[in-house]
Design a protein around this ligand. Structure first.
Ligand code: ATP
Length: 270
């Protein structure tokens, strides 16, 4: 295992996992995983299929409890009861398959579940005007210039939808933003746009957890990197302790890839 230099500052990390494990029956989904997420920083969690990335998200998002180790939020040890609990503590999770209502306008989706109202008693109704302008302003603050917040969210590209979700989490006061493979289904250009807004969330002082299997995307924006392999940590680095090549090599499995290359080599013609 490779261990990067640890960064020490006086304040406690926003989120800290220390030697955390999670088992499903006798399946080891995570074992001995440690990471920290600090305000204004991006912690990348890299891993292949089955590495335990989703399990890690579920623990941080309050969907599952860890079985061993310590989970701290701003220095306080926690065992989150449910996703609402995580949200109340400022942890917002943006899943890859965003829960949106495709036919509803962008602004309606932006406020889904937290709609402001106006009027009282029987005259109480949704404040559409406020939602429309607030959505437009919140998007612009992040540098997102959508043509029209009235268009159904289903007409946006996958990348644009991710950006709206990021702006939404920032607007509603998240301290920690967990992003579940936000660039997995996107092309190069759209991935770049999404990463730009991930960096914008960081610049607004949020701590970001970026789950990805793409070392290039991770290295572009990450401050810390945790590599998972079959549920255990295969590496932990800070930006200045690892190069893109090294990160890519570790993700690709290094020697495993070399063995595969030998296996796939054509037999030389005789
Ligand atoms: P992928 O990128 O393929 O989604 P992942 O890195 O997110 O993979 P996890 O989904 O966290 O990995 O899974 C880690 C391990 O735990 C896998 O071996 C998986 O089969 C197992 N696992 C995950 N959820 C459950 C569950 N509810 N019950 C039993 N085993 C599970």
């Amino acid at each position: 295992m490779t261990t990067g230099t640890s960064v020490t500052t006086a304040t406690a990390p926003l989120v800290e996992l220390d030697d955390v494990s999670k088992y499903y029956g006798n399946i080891r989904a995570l074992e001995g995983v440690s990471l920290e997420v600090r305000a204004g920083e991006i912690t990348c969690v890299l891993g292949d299929n089955g590495a335990g990335k989703s399990t890690l998200i579920k623990i941080v998002a309050g969907l599952h409890r860890h079985d061993a180790g310590t989970f701290r939020i701003e220095g306080e040890e926690v065992a989150l009861a449910n996703p609402r609990d995580a949200l109340d503590r400022g942890i917002a999770t943006v899943y890859q398959d965003l829960a949106v209502v495709p036919l509803m306008p962008v602004w309606r989706n932006f406020f889904l579940g937290s709609e402001p109202t106006k009027g009282k008693g029987p005259l109480k109704r949704l404040d559409a005007g406020l939602m429309r302008t607030t959505t437009r302003e919140a998007l612009l603050r992040m540098g997102i210039d959508l043509r029209d917040v009235d268009q159904p969210i289903g007409t946006l590209s996958g990348g644009e939808r991710q950006c709206v979700a990021i702006a939404r989490a920032v607007h509603f006061g998240a301290k920690v933003l967990v992003l579940d493979e936000p660039t997995a289904a996107l092309g190069v250009k759209q991935s770049g746009v999404v990463l730009k807004y991930v960096a914008a969330a960081r610049d607004q002082g949020l701590g970001v957890v970026l789950i990805t299997h793409n070392p290039h995307h991770a290295h572009l924006v990450g401050d810390r990197f945790v590599l998972l392999k079959r549920g255990v940590m295969a590496g932990s680095h800070t930006k200045d302790s690892v190069t893109l090549d090294e990160l890519t090599r570790q993700m690709a499995g290094g020697s495993e890839l070399e063995d595969l290359r030998h296996e796939l080599e054509r037999p030389s013609a005789t």
